[in-house]
Design a binder for this molecule. Structure first.
Ligand SMILES: Nc1ncnc2c1ncn2[C@@H]1O[C@H](COP(=O)(O)OP(=O)(O)O)[C@@H](O)[C@H]1O
Ligand SMILES: [Mg+2]
Length: 247
């Protein structure tokens, strides 16, 4: 479904990603780990086509289409969706307005908007300016709500669990599980989830874990093994072990 081939990306003239390769099949979810500044958000922004992130080498293939140079709106129409680590606050644009746009993309109606807003406990926020004065948990719930309405085939999630308390993580986690069809046996949807502590993986299973380190893929394996290795031996210990396993 998503094939990243030898991808190199620059931000403001600085090379951040170096020859990244990833191959994610239909129905698979990957967890992406890595220390701060390793390039995780850069990778997601490059996949979505944020123009601030310049692809200087390699290709991004989504559903067999080369999207490397495609504008973001076309990538979204093709079925990509993303929730941001720090989405903007927009004074004067109500959450409900954005939600109606999202629902239009997937052909969903007003009834479904209300049903999902209820599920994500965002009904009381519908007429507020988006993200203005929202708590950390509310921002994440709003991001996932927008995605549920857009109903993308492949979802990029940038730290959906950071700054989120236990109650919120249960709500967000269950919504992401729906979004990625994790409870279905035959899945059409795929995803790439950035997580620092791996908390979201208590609610959403992932098929593979990947560590990004200094802009390179340093480790691929079972996500639960990777988390326990990181907790025990740190990123470097985990990577050293990965390299040894590959020998
Ligand atoms: N818009 C930007 N302008 C300048 N530098 C950036 C920008 N986005 C990311 N970077 C730099 O790229 C590197 C990787 O950042 P990022 O992808 O956000 O890492 P991560 O998400 O793994 O913490 C960092 O050194 C960061 O400062
Ligand atoms: Mg980041």
């Amino acid at each position: 479904m998503l094939r990243i081939v030898n991808l190199s990306v620059e931000v403001e003239g600085k090379r951040i990603l170096h020859n990244v390769n990833l191959y994610i099949k239909k129905g698979e979810t990957f967890a992406l780990f890595g220390p701060n500044g390793s390039g995780k958000s850069t990778l997601l922004n490059a996949i979505l086509g944020n123009p601030a992130y310049k692809v200087v080498g390699g290709r991004i293939i989504f559903k067999k289409v080369d999207i490397t140079n495609m504008p973001s709106d076309q990538r979204v129409k093709l079925g990509l969706g993303m929730s941001f680590q720090n989405p903007p606050k927009i004074n004067g644009v109500k959450l409900i307005d954005i939600l109606r746009h999202c629902a239009k993309l997937s052909g969903l109606g007003e009834e479904r908007i209300m049903e999902l807003a209820e599920k994500l406990r965002m009904k009381e926020h519908l007429n507020r300016s988006i993200n203005v004065g929202f708590s950390g948990g509310e921002v994440k719930r709003s991001e996932i709500l927008q995605l549920l309405l857009m109903n993308p085939d492949f979802v990029l999630l940038d730290e959906p669990d950071s700054g989120v308390d236990l109650e919120n993580i249960a709500i967000v986690g269950s919504a992401i599980r729906d979004l990625l069809e994790r409870d279905k046996e035959e899945r059409e949807k795929g995803g790439l989830i950035i997580t620092h502590q791996g908390h979201i993986l208590d609610y959403v299973t992932a098929d593979y874990g990947v560590i990004l380190y200094k802009g390179r893929v340093a480790c691929v394996g079972d996500p639960k093994d990777i988390i326990s290795q990181i907790r025990k031996n740190g990123y470097e210990g985990c990577i050293a072990r990965c390299l040894k396993d590959m020998e």
